[in-house]
Design a protein. Structure first.
Length: 268
């Protein structure tokens, strides 16, 4: 329990693993956590990219593997803890998108892969890291859900199921590990400009102006806006917060009316 007053957010010396740290939200968060004083190791399925991201993210170590493979997850957590001399914090950002096709047209193997990487991979990394944290009776984890995990998006059933599952997993782990001082929270990002989303924009899979019109803050997010929410949830500023999945979505999940948000309450 923290009773003293609190200084600005710092993560000095916190030994931190960021999965999916070679790109997008993971890379931005690794950099922000490093800037706040954490010692960060990044894990990614793309080893070359992870190694190349060391400078940009200011991470001090990297490891390669597939989070949805149980042996890889155990090894990556062990390697990160070995390189850092222990493990205090984890941010689970590794994930893949889906095919944007309706359920009846989906390739079942692709469906399974999307669930495996996003949900099973998050579970496996939590499981390996949680054992270390429970033994030391301290630690914090942040998982990544999505606005697609909060409500149904047609064509995104595998991703939505996985991200909804991450919300439940986060709550369950928070309840199981609260007694040993390990906090588990999540973020549910809205559309964020990362390589994953840029690839969809390049393929004209969605029109950014439609998303902007549906979003009370009228724009897509930056990766740094996800990173600051993660830093807060991992820090002592959130010392009494566990089992929460925070929408970081510009108000997307608050909006329930039909049509563009600006249509109802024009300002000015
Ligand atoms: N960008 C968005 O709008 C958005 C919105 C909601 C949630 N998210 C979630 O945020 C997380 C990061 O997404 P992003 O947009 O930064 O994507 P990204 O593609 O830029 O980064 C994802 C990283 O994860 C790695 N990765 C993929 N599969 C892996 C595996 N099996 N094992 C280990 N590493 C793996 C990739 O190599 C990549 O470096 C994902 O979980 C994604 O679902 C993104």
């Amino acid at each position: 329990m923290r009773t003293e007053s609190i200084s600005p957010i710092r993560l000095d010396g916190k030994r931190t693993l960021v999965t999916g740290g070679a790109s997008g939200i993971g890379a931005a968060t690794a950099r922000v956590l490093s800037d706040l004083g954490a010692r960060v190791a990044i894990a990614d399925i793309d080893g070359e990219r992870a190694e190349a991201a060391l400078g940009d993210t200011k991470a001090v170590a990297w490891t390669q593997g597939d989070v949805s493979n149980a042996e890889d997850s155990e090894r990556m957590v062990a390697e990160a803890a070995g390189a850092l001399g222990g493990l205090d914090l984890v941010f689970n950002s590794a994930g893949i998108g889906d095919d944007l096709v309706p359920v009846h047209a989906q390739d079942p193997e692709r469906w399974r892969r999307v669930v495996d990487v996003n949900l099973y991979g998050t579970y496996l990394v939590c499981r390996a890291a949680g054992r270390i944290m429970a033994a030391q009776k301290a630690g914090a984890i942040v998982n990544v859900s999505s606005i697609v995990g909060l409500d149904a998006f047609p064509g995104r059933s595998a991703y939505g199921v996985a991200k909804a599952g991450i919300i439940h997993l986060t709550k369950t782990l928070a309840c199981e590990w609260g007694g040993v001082g390990v906090r588990v929270n999540g973020i549910a990002p809205g559309y964020t400009r990362t390589p994953m989303v840029q690839a969809l924009l390049d393929r004209q899979v969605f029109d950014p102006s439609v998303v902007e019109g549906r979003t009370p803050l009228r724009r897509l997010a930056s990766s740094n806006e996800m990173a600051s929410a993660v830093a807060f949830l991992l820090s002592d500023w959130a010392s009494y917060i566990t089992g929460v999945v925070l929408p970081v979505d510009g108000g997307w999940s608050a909006y329930g009316a039909a049509g563009d948000v600006g249509k109802h309450m024009p300002v000015g």
